[in-house]
Design a protein around this ligand. Structure first.
Ligand SMILES: NC(=O)c1ccc[n+]([C@@H]2O[C@H](COP(=O)([O-])OP(=O)(O)OC[C@H]3O[C@@H](n4cnc5c(N)ncnc54)[C@H](O)[C@@H]3O)[C@@H](O)[C@H]2O)c1
Length: 257
């Protein structure tokens, strides 16, 4: 098992116990890391605090990733409490509900803006905030979460597919920019999992069944499997891997007919 003892990490994107980010937080904590968890709004604060209480000595802070002020404040809090940062997990994504159930051609300008801002631009803003903290540690590892809908069409995934394409490209540009500072940037492309975000995609259950029928492993994946892959990328085990999109989807991405 990868060792993260003595490391400090930030996990953005825990909403409830089904969140992929929560599975990653649990795995990273079990590997010895001390963690900060964030909540985007007061509505989710209690959920996040309840889950964080299961970790040892957690830090809990607000962070709406669409707010530059909150990202700056989060950076100051992490600097004060952790004195630097070794890794962060970006598991935030959002698109207005109407965009995930209407024909793609009906995508609104505002829906597009929000989806790309929260789901893709936020990785750049958070990486910029993390940069001085990671420099203090001599480098770091950043992992975000994406989906195959960036490359292929899945019904109703719509503007979120466009946002994931932007996110994956952002991973490569950030990796090139931050690599000389020994900061690695990677994405995990997870197979479909029933979470809060996934339930916003109309007809999501039928996507799950396609994976059970056709993925080489003939099953879907669970959050602990995504977390194990994340641990590889966050730890020294992945020290030569950057600018990568690691598929954790039972092999579905390779299927044709
Ligand atoms: N569930 C899947 O099938 C699947 C597959 C591949 C990739 N992903 C990606 O994994 C990531 C995590 O999603 P999940 O499936 O665990 O669902 P989730 O709903 O548990 O997590 C999404 C998170 O985004 C957060 N978020 C939304 N708007 C935010 C904002 N403005 N500021 C800060 N946080 C905000 C939510 O609070 C939530 O914690 C997302 O990027 C999602 O696209 C999910």
């Amino acid at each position: 098992m990868p060792d993260l003892s003595g490391k400090h990490g930030l996990i953005v994107g825990v909403a409830n116990k089904r969140s992929i980010s929560w599975a990653i937080a649990q795995a990273a904590a079990a590997a010895g890391a001390r963690l900060a968890l964030t909540y985007p709004s007061e509505r989710l604060e209690e959920n996040v605090r309840e889950l964080a209480a299961k970790l040892e000595n957690p830090l809990v802070a607000p962070c709406d990733v669409a707010s530059d002020e909150q990202i700056t404040e989060l950076g100051a809090t992490l600097d004060r409490e952790f004195g630097g940062l070794d890794f962060f997990v970006h598991g935030a994504a959002f698109a207005p509900a109407a965009e995930l159930s209407s024909p793609f051609v009906q995508t609104s300008r505002e829906g597009f803006r929000i989806a790309l801002d929260v789901s893709a631009y936020s990785l750049i803003a958070l990486a910029r905030g993390a940069l001085p903290l990671m420099e203090k540690k001599g480098g770091g590892s950043i992992v975000t979460l994406t989906y195959l809908g960036s490359q292929r069409v899945f019904q109703n995934y719509n503007v979120m597919g466009v946002a994931k394409a932007a996110l994956e490209s952002t991973v490569r540009y950030l990796a090139a920019d931050l690599g000389p500072k020994n900061i690695r940037v990677n994405a995990i492309s997870a197979g479909p999992i029933k979470t809060l975000a996934a339930s916003g995609v109309s007809g999501f259950s039928s996507i799950l069944q396609v994976y059970r029928d056709r993925a080489p492993l003939r099953r879907t994946v669970d959050t602990s499997e995504v977390a194990d892959a994340a641990l590889f990328l966050l730890s020294d085990a992945g020290r030569a891997v950057t600018a990568e999109v690691l598929m954790v989807d039972g092999g579905y991405h390779a299927t044709g007919m």
